[in-house]
Write a protein that binds this ligand. Structure first.
Ligand code: SAH
Length: 239
């Protein structure tokens, strides 16, 4: 799946911010929650401005690196400065254009699911695993990861256990029944550009680790963040 500029609100926001140093509101809608907003400037964060979890991930990256859903390229640019070799992919044409203009040497408009080369490190930061959409897709995801990772290769990702969204005034968490509570639906809008709705997964570490193990990987909790977030490493077993 690839998106066109007409349906690329995030890309338009990124391109505006790059050109003008500011952007309008990047709005996020979800049937489950009140309207929200992504501060566009945060997509342009420097190493110093990044959360510790992300800094840690960048320091652990090695070998041939793939930055999945690279956005404005903040992580790829840091890695280049650290002397690393990185390929940045994004389905947004405007994001890719902006990354190239900002100096990302190898930025490609490509869908994660169609990547065929192998990498030693795959980065999915800022909840990049969101693109998996639902728990049902995890087997498909791990199967693809098996193809993408070189032997001993690693996936570094951060996500959140969003159980806190279901906390009442007394601090008691009551999770909804039915589908997994981390499966959200999002839609974004920038100025008059509205994207299609898409599924977006947040996953708690336990659930992620169980699935990783089932599919022949090892999962390691590297670090906990301040608010139900974490950095994990998924390693492909050698033969
Ligand atoms: N990683 C960046 C951007 C996060 S926003 C950061 O931390 O700042 C998520 C990005 O993933 C968006 O730019 C979106 O276009 C991209 N994306 C969504 N689905 C994708 C897919 N299937 N393959 C590659 N990129 C994808």
């Amino acid at each position: 799946m690839m998106i066109t500029p007409k349906k690329d609100p995030m890309g338009a926001a990124i391109a505006d911010f790059h050109r003008l140093g500011k952007a309008a509101r990047l709005r996020v809608f979800s049937p489950d929650f009140d309207e929200d907003e992504i501060p566009v400037a945060t997509l342009f964060r420097s190493f110093e401005e990044m959360p510790t979890l992300e800094q840690q991930a960048l320091q652990m990256a090695r070998g041939r690196i793939l930055d999945v859903g690279a956005g404005a390229g903040c992580h790829s640019l840091c890695l280049q400065e650290m002397g690393q070799t990185v390929t940045a992919i994004d389905i947004s044409p405007l994001a890719v254009e902006t990354m190239t203009a900002r100096g990302v040497h190898d930025a490609r408009q490509q869908d994660f699911w169609s990547v065929e080369e192998r990498y030693d490190t795959i980065l999915m930061l800022m909840n990049g695993i969101g693109i998996v959409g639902s728990l049902n897709e995890l087997p498909h995801f791990f199967h693809h990861l098996q193809q993408l990772l070189a032997d001993g290769g690693q996936l570094l990702l951060d996500s959140s256990d969003i159980c806190y969204l279901f906390e009442d005034e007394e601090g008691i968490i009551e999770l909804p029944g039915g589908t997994y509570y981390g499966e959200l639906e999002y839609q974004m809008q920038y100025k008059s550009i509205k994207g299609d709705a898409f599924p977006w997964l947040y996953i708690d570490f336990e659930t992620l680790a169980d699935s990783a193990t089932t599919h022949g990987f090892t999962a390691e909790l590297i670090q906990m963040g301040d608010h139900y977030d974490y950095l994990a490493r998924i390693v492909k077993q050698g033969k």
